[in-house]
Write a protein that binds this ligand. Structure first.
Ligand SMILES: O=C(O)c1cccc(C(=O)CC[C@H]2O[C@@H](n3cnc4c(=O)[nH]cnc43)[C@H](O)[C@@H]2O)c1
Length: 237
């Protein structure tokens, strides 16, 4: 009997995040040019710097997913990874978070009575649930916390906005800008998705000088060193 490694797409926003993930692997990456997207291939893992924000990240992930499907080698799993803002005190700078729920936090409408998600307007979806056993395994392997990771199109810059988001999403541990977009692309292909984030800054008043991007990228590399065997061994239930 032969056992083959899972075919996994890892989508980060920017090249430094992609390279931080690649740094967890001993083998060099091979560049693969596809229509609309460029991959770095390490064994059965494809890494893509998919762009900042949910729209570009969704478009890039969709290009990679469609190319793989057309080639007859579809992905088994999609991982959205990168740095993120962490909600204090649960997700401190330098910590890792694995999303058990990937939530679009600003997809909806402002009303006089507050924010309404698109689902309450009668269309769309506002969350994707990763496979929970995989979430648990990834968290155990890395010591990451598990909870909701919000996807926003605007980085939070005030305590009031942070409180509003936490009020609407009490289980939120982190916010970033790509997870929901990547998850929508994965869902269109029926492919499971997880999101792994290393916290670079607290969610709250904008203080660019306090961002610890280097520390978060190191945490991402270290985390992926521990996650790699689980991702490669992933088999849907
Ligand atoms: O405010 C700035 O000056 C600034 C400087 C460098 C980068 C940014 C970003 O907006 C990067 C967003 C990028 O990183 C993820 N990320 C990291 N922390 C957060 C956050 O607190 N809220 C939302 N996204 C965050 C995000 O996924 C993007 O890919 C700003």
């Amino acid at each position: 009997m032969t056992t083959s490694s899972a075919h996994v797409l890892v989508a980060t926003a920017v090249p430094v995040e992609r390279d931080a993930v690649a740094g967890a692997f001993a083998s060099p990456a091979v560049e693969v040019l596809l229509p609309g997207v460029t991959l770095r291939r390490i064994g059965t893992l494809d890494l893509v710097a998919a762009g900042v924000g949910p729209a570009l990240a969704a478009a890039s992930a969709a290009c990679a997913l469609t190319a793989a499907a057309l080639r007859g080698d579809p992905y088994d799993l999609v991982v959205c990874a990168g740095i993120a803002g962490g909600f204090a005190p649960d997700a401190p700078v330098g910590s890792l978070v694995v999303a058990d729920d990937i939530v679009a936090a600003d997809l909806g409408a402002q009303t006089p009575d507050g924010f309404l998600p698109v689902t309450e307007l009668g269309f769309g979806t506002v969350n994707h649930r990763p496979p929970q056993p995989l979430v648990r395994d990834l968290a155990v392997a890395t010591g990451a916390r598990t909870g909701t990771v919000l996807t926003v199109s605007t980085v939070t810059g005030s305590a009031a906005r942070a409180e509003e988001l936490r009020g609407r999403h009490p289980r939120a541990l982190a916010e970033a800008m790509e997870g929901f977009g990547v998850a929508e692309a994965a869902a269109a292909h029926g492919t499971p998705v997880v999101e792994v984030r290393a916290v670079s800054n607290p969610v709250g008043p904008r203080d660019r000088a306090a961002w610890r991007i280097g520390d978060a990228l190191e945490a991402l590399t270290e985390g992926f060193g521990k996650l790699a065997p689980l991702l490669e061994g992933w088999k849907p239930a």
